[in-house]
Design a protein around this ligand. Structure first.
Ligand SMILES: [Zn+2]
Length: 213
């Protein structure tokens, strides 16, 4: 029964992804669509990629804090994040601070040039260029977001709102990125639920989805 349900959810998610996928300039991802877009070193965004409608978070009614006034996210991602942080607030879990959202390719190139060691993605290869990902910390985080109750809450609930912890511990070989407890990626509720249930990364989800087509 559970397997059948999973198959149904996957089929529905894939149908939606196929229907919604852009026909031209599609990035080299096995499953594409507004939310389920694989971006990594092997799947860079096309040069002419443009994100969906971006909103400046500072100008929105928000249930979270901001590290600066210029942070933007794609609208659906912001709305899902806001619902998530409202629920956190309702459970007395406050003090989330969004520190980073959308970055232009030019901004990513600057960061890459400034970064020491292996800490920044090549321009075109950062999820931040999609507007679908944000970095977060907590007000009383002393450099270890992972040790905060906010992190525990987010880990338990983010998938309910369509988000995944994009670079989990122990999956470094799959994602190619060191564990990042602060980086969350919007993929939509259906994909987030499957990724959570299966213990997959987005890379694994997209590989499975491609096989299933
Ligand atoms: Zn990030």
């Amino acid at each position: 029964m559970k397997k059948a349900l999973f198959a149904l959810v996957l089929i529905l998610a894939l149908s939606a992804a196929v229907l919604l996928a852009p026909r031209a300039g599609t990035p080299a991802a096995p499953v594409s669509g507004p939310a389920v877009l694989l971006v990594n070193a092997a799947h860079p965004l096309p040069e002419d990629f443009t994100p969906g409608e971006l909103v400046n978070l500072y100008e929105q009614k928000r249930h979270f804090l901001l590290a600066s006034s210029g942070i933007q996210l794609e609208r659906e991602t912001f709305e899902a994040a806001n619902r998530m942080f409202l629920q956190a607030e309702n459970e007395d879990m406050n003090g989330f601070i969004v520190t980073s959202g959308y970055r232009s390719r030019e901004r990513q190139a600057e960061l890459y040039a400034q970064a020491e060691g292996n800490t920044a993605q090549l321009p075109g290869c950062s999820e931040h260029e999609t507007g679908l990902a944000f970095d977060v910390t907590a007000r009383y985080d002393h450099g270890t977001f992972e040790d905060t109750p906010q992190f525990t809450w987010l880990s338990a609930h983010c998938w309910e709102y369509g988000f995944i912890l994009r670079y989990p511990k122990g999956k470094e070989a799959v994602t190619g990125i060191d564990y990042e407890p602060w980086h969350y990626r919007y993929v939509g509720e259906a994909a987030a639920r499957i990724i959570r249930e299966q213990g997959w990364t987005l890379e694994e989800y997209c590989a499975q989805a491609a096989q299933g087509i």
